[in-house]
Design a protein around this ligand. Sequence first.
Ligand code: PAF
Length: 279
Amino acid sequence: MKVLRTVRELTEAMNDARSKGLTIGLVPTMGALHQGHVSLMKRARIDNDVVVASVFVNPTQFNNPEDLRTYPRTEEADCEKMEAIGVDYAFIPSVEEVYPEPDTRVFDLGPVAEVMEGAMRPGHFNGVAQVVSKLFRMVNPHRAYFGEKDFQQIAVIRRMVELEGFDLEIVPCPILREEDGLAMSSRNVRLTPEQRAIAPAIHRALSESVAIAGEKSVEELKDFVVKTIDANPQMRTEYYEIVDGKTMQPIRDWKESECPVGCVTVYCGDVRLIDNIKY
Ligand code: PAF
């Protein structure tokens, strides 16, 4: 595996691969790699001739400076994992390399970006669109891989792809869970042992809600999930929305969507965890 730190090295390597007719798969990450990332890279390895993974903690998508400061950074361990999977290129640039000048672009992301994470974290999705569009331009991949834990992010990236006219396939990959059901996330390492022990209650509440969805209205089910999670003293649900899986718009009646998805954000202590489930 080659570690590339400059855009120039990256574009040269990608142009070379393209000129040989090779297919390129990109896995954008912010590092602190876990088995969820590993599964995206393995999938990319199967689908493509060349696999590029980027490791870049993108400052423009953090609306909270403390969150950016405390985001885990584990480059050495990340490189070992990528090497073991057979990633060809790890792109690990500095902030100056990605943003030689401030990125002032404002994307017209529309309704998919206005609800849930978009409402709670102003500017977050614009920052995601900025960095992912830059990566797509640098790498020019045939396919790009994203985890469904960040379910809304995938819809936003699809919208950005449409706006920018990128010719590539977005490949959504299923959430990976710990044995006790907690969705794998780079933020999990910030949980205290006590918080880590109660955090699986999020997925438990979501799974129980699926089991009773047939007998409950959307509103009743939302209530059930929030109350079940918040029954744990260390947990506070920020939002629980049941949305259409394509438009991300909240539904009020099951008849409004053929693919409803419940999306939740929970503070476990000061760690913000997100998860979702399909109904
Ligand atoms: O999902 C993430 O880790 C990030 O939002 C992404 C897509 C790598 C952009 O920084």
